[in-house]
Design a protein around this ligand. Structure first.
Ligand SMILES: Cc1cc2nc3c(=O)[nH]c(=O)nc-3n(C[C@H](O)[C@H](O)[C@H](O)COP(=O)(O)OP(=O)(O)OC[C@H]3O[C@@H](n4cnc5c(N)ncnc54)[C@H](O)[C@@H]3O)c2cc1C
Length: 454
């Protein structure tokens, strides 16, 4: 088939590739999304576990009301009703067995809703809460006036600057930084934390609320995005491994070369794959270009998730933050998912972000850490029998959020005229999250539309 100006090949079927594909399809482009794996979804996917019949996400994913681009994408594909929206931010934090305090925003309009949450946070003394609130406000000023300074600083250094003591770090700042940036506060960039705080906590009240999927992650968006692209005359092809990009004499990409020997031409191309995969697709001469060579500086940071099935339910909460244990978050899948397997009454998922020191541990060791932490924090779990455990290690869960990596993140437009990039690792100003992935996918689609004059 002859290549037309409106033909676009998108490589990668995760959030970024599918968001780009959907946006392009809606703009009248004929899109082919090529995904190497048998299933779509990349790092945000799920499967049905055969013995329990439950959905298992590769790891619990939490969205927030401030994920405007993601919610727009889910609206476009008709998937918004598969989400659970909290009305306001409400996070239960456990500091020991039964020692709980809730970060709950007040009814005041944003950003003042946050002051109520911080001033009522019982894990801290009144003095610590006031200092925490003043620290948050000072950070918002630094974000406006001294972005460059924040961009060179780690979260831990920022805490020194804001005069935050050990308790405030342990009970608020570090859990927040680990959950949203996915790395050790000694390494993670202060500028990224400032952005999270601004968008998620110091904006509109609804922006702060947690949002998560009531179905397995793949069922949330993969099929619906694929159908929209199909209906618009495009195609979404799993098991299509792209092995390389082939250039014409003018230095533009002419075709992608597939592992099965096939080739596919298009007028424009979006690489929505992680940076290490992108570098493998490019010829050596292109990798020598500073735009691409600096991508080699991007490091990654792991996440460990442990899913446990128990012979009983041990908590009514949908999710709980653990303070002072290796395990950081518990998600109660019986409260979150709308469909359940029949075999086990209790089903909990645990997340350990920034898990550099744990990622090489064995499954048994990781499950034991989580079970110990669960029993330490929730006494009702001490009597419960563990029926099944699944450990999922994502070694390259996200790019590392350190200042150097953050500076090395590229834009969607590349020096190659018809190659555009998308992915959570693109410079969106956000940490590597779903919102960053979708934002970059939409930006790539807009850049192509602008180029083609659509
Ligand atoms: C355990 C875990 C928990 C997380 N929790 C959260 C959270 O709570 N909130 C949040 O916002 N974010 C979270 N994230 C981050 C989020 O998952 C990612 O930001 C997002 O999924 C990235 O999407 P992407 O499309 O950029 O990349 P990917 O999902 O990696 O998609 C890239 C796709 O390209 C495909 N591909 C690669 N090479 C080729 C090739 N040569 N040919 C064809 N296809 C190829 C891959 O198979 C993959 O499907 C979490 C991530 C993990 C791992």
């Amino acid at each position: 088939m002859a290549v037309e100006a409106k033909d676009v090949v998108v490589i990668g079927g995760g959030f970024a590739g599918l968001a780009a594909g959907v946006a392009l399809a809606e703009k009248g482009f004929r899109v082919a999304v090529l995904e190497s794996k048998p299933g779509l979804g990349g790092r945000a996917c799920s499967f049905t576990e055969p013995t329990t019949g439950d959905f298992v996400d590769n790891g619990q994913h939490v969205l927030m009301g401030c994920y405007h681009e993601t919610l727009r994408f889910l609206d476009r594909i008709g998937a918004r009703d598969r989400l659970i929206f909290h009305r306001r931010l409400e996070i239960e934090m456990l500091d020991g067995p039964g020692r709980r305090a809730t970060l709950r925003t007040s009814r005041l309009p944003g950003p003042f809703h946050m002051t109520g949450a911080l001033l009522r946070y019982r894990h801290l003394t009144i003095r610590e809460r006031i200092r925490l609130m003043l620290g948050g406000m000072r950070l918002m000023r630094l974000r406006r006036r001294e972005r460059e300074r924040l961009a060179r600083m780690s979260v831990a250094e920022l805490m020194d600057l804001l005069g935050q003591g050990a308790r405030a770090r342990q009970c608020f700042w570090y859990p927040l930084a680990l959950a949203t940036l996915n790395d050790d506060p000694e390494l993670a960039s202060a500028a990224l934390l400032a952005e999270v705080l601004k968008r998620g906590f110091f904006s509109r009240r609804s922006d702060s609320a947690f949002v998560y999927s009531r179905v397995g992650l793949s069922d949330l968006y993969c099929g619906a995005a694929s159908s929209l692209i199909d209906r618009a005359g495009g195609v979404v092809a799993p098991r299509a491994i792209v092995d390389g990009l082939e250039f014409d004499d003018s230095g533009r990409i002419a075709t992608v070369r597939l592992r099965d020997g096939g080739r596919l031409g298009a007028a424009n191309f979006v690489a929505a794959v992680p940076p290490q995969n992108l570098l493998k697709l490019l010829p050596e001469a292109a990798v020598a270009d500073p735009f691409f060579s600096r991508l080699q500086a991007l490091q990654s940071s792991p996440i460990v998730c442990v899913h446990l099935w128990l012979d009983r339910e041990v908590t009514d909460s949908a999710f709980v933050g653990f303070i002072g244990t290796t395990t950081q978050w518990l998600f109660n899948k019986r409260r979150i998912f709308e469909r359940h397997g029949e075999r086990a009454p209790g089903y909990l998922s645990f997340v350990i972000s920034g898990a550099r020191k744990l990622v090489e541990s064995s499954n048994d060791e990781l499950a034991a850490i989580v079970i110990n932490d669960l029993r330490a924090m929730i006494p009702a779990a001490r009597e419960a029998r563990v029926l099944k455990a699944i450990v999922i290690r994502e070694k390259h869960a996200t790019i590392a959020p350190d200042p150097l990596s953050d500076r090395s993140r590229p834009a969607v437009v590349t020096p190659i005229d018809n190659l555009f990039l998308a992915g959570d690792w693109i410079q969106t100003g956000l940490p590597a999250t779903i919102e960053s992935a979708v934002t970059s996918g939409h930006a790539a689609a807009s850049a192509i539309a602008a180029r083609v004059g659509a």
